[in-house]
Design a protein around this ligand. Structure first.
Ligand SMILES: [Zn+2]
Length: 225
């Protein structure tokens, strides 16, 4: 649904989501309704809708009488999210292994090709979207709405965790390991695809520095600009 200005709730959600994923908007930052309404040139009601949607995705905490804040995932939260991802994504791969059609394999290969292009061009926004998107595409192909919903939630939470605890500037959830998973699926080797996925998720988690929370202050307007 669009406001008079044509800015939809979804657009605001996406913009905030990306600012978090790209580490411009840091955990703990307050998302002030009035300020956001000015930045996006929409009503405060529209901002409240967007904040509620972000809360449902686990990216924002709304504290009564205090306002909305970007969530601050703890080290334990981070370990939990990756533990759950290992289980859920094993289910996804096992499901696909039994029913992957040639068209599905083609979609996965073409997605990995897009990831390589984004990496080569070094477009951070595309790299982040496409790397998470690979895992979402697998869940979509699994044909399970339940697994897809779980993955969408887990990818949002992973982005936030990565934003807080990432060691390097780059996302390492990259096309090379994704390509290996696709090739194992394409030859029907579910066991190998499952092992590769587990290794991939361990690799992504191992690149996080799960010891300390960094300096988290940041300016809202600059982050969303
Ligand atoms: Zn990945």
């Amino acid at each position: 649904m669009a406001d008079q200005t044509g800015i939809s709730t979804q657009h605001i959600v996406e913009k905030v989501w990306l600012s978090i994923a790209e580490r411009r908007l840091r955990p703990g930052v307050q998302l002030k309704e009035g300020q956001l309404a000015t930045i996006f040139d929409v009503s405060r009601a529209r901002i409240r809708q967007a904040l509620s949607a972000l809360e449902r995705e686990g990216l924002v905490t709304i504290i009564p009488n205090r306002g909305a804040f970007v969530c601050q995932p703890s080290v334990d939260d981070a370990h939990d999210v990756f533990a759950v991802r290992r289980s859920v994504e094993r289910c996804v791969v096992e499901r696909i292994g039994k029913l992957a059609a040639k068209a599905d394999i083609d979609r996965l290969r073409s997605h990995v090709a897009s990831e390589r292009v984004a990496n080569a061009k070094d477009v951070t926004t595309d790299i982040i979207k496409l790397s998470g998107g690979f895992h979402l595409l697998l869940a979509e192909i699994s044909g399970s709405d339940f697994l897809f919903g779980m993955m969408r939630d887990l990818i949002s939470r992973t982005s936030l965790i990565t934003a807080v605890y990432r060691n390097t500037a780059r996302f390492n959830c990259g096309p090379d390991e994704h390509a290996e998973i696709v090739e194992a699926i394409s030859v029907g080797d579910v066991g190998k695809a499952s092992r590769l996925m587990e290794h991939h998720l361990e690799h992504v988690e191992s690149e996080l520095d799960l010891r300390e929370v960094r300096d988290l202050s940041h300016d809202l307007k600059a982050a969303l600009a």
